[in-house]
Design a protein around this ligand. Structure first.
Ligand SMILES: Cc1cc2nc3c(=O)[nH]c(=O)nc-3n(C[C@H](O)[C@H](O)[C@H](O)COP(=O)(O)O)c2cc1C
Length: 168
């Protein structure tokens, strides 16, 4: 996933593989955001963030956003070549070219944020590109393969999402 946030005119995007669904009603997710991440301070101070799903075409972007920190590379976003867009009515920065975007309100949980670097977000809005997600489900098997989501394993090694299977 790519996690973006903005506070006081400063915006940033980081890669975060450890994002997970948490609840349906209201929809919530978790993201592990290390104390060393500059993006973390933007989330803590603004109380908002976006979780977005990068595609195969964004492999190098995900790697770049996850291996440079704005703490020591102020031009990180320019170096990575990330393009941001705005959504009317939201102060958050969204990453162009992703397949889906989840706009989250931080549910403040100071203990788990501090002890486990775990952030809870309530999803207040969500969008997806209908070339790969429509009618309430993903269409990876018929969409252009460039739309496949990427999944980090370790050491800069990723998999694209694989074949479709139906249970029953
Ligand atoms: C594939 C990948 C997955 C990552 N997943 C996480 C994660 O789940 N949580 C985290 O805190 N950092 C994760 N990182 C590391 C951050 O993205 C990295 O520390 C980044 O430089 C933080 O940027 P910032 O300091 O500009 O916010 C990941 C990096 C990569 C390359």
């Amino acid at each position: 996933m790519l996690v973006s946030a903005r506070h006081d005119g400063v915006e940033n995007v980081m890669t975060a593989a450890w994002c997970c669904g948490l609840d349906f009603e209201p929809p919530k997710l978790t993201a592990v955001i290390d104390k060393s991440a500059h993006t973390r301070s933007l989330i803590e101070r603004s109380g908002q963030f976006v979780v977005q799903l990068p595609t195969v075409e964004q492999l190098d972007l995900a790697q770049a956003l996850g291996t440079q920190s704005m703490h020591d590379a102020p031009d990180k976003l320019i170096n990575a070549g990330v393009r941001l867009f705005e959504v009317p009515g939201s102060p958050l920065p969204f990453v162009e070219g992703c397949s889906a975007w989840l706009k989250c309100q931080l549910v403040p949980e100071p203990h788990i944020q501090d002890a486990y670097d775990l952030f809870v977000g309530e999803v207040s809005a969500a969008w997806a590109d209908d070339r790969v997600f429509r009618d309430g489900r993903w269409h990876f098997e018929t969409a252009d393969p460039k739309w496949r989501t990427i999944h980090h394993v370790a050491g800069g090694h990723y998999y694209a999402i694989g074949e479709a299977m139906s249970a029953g």
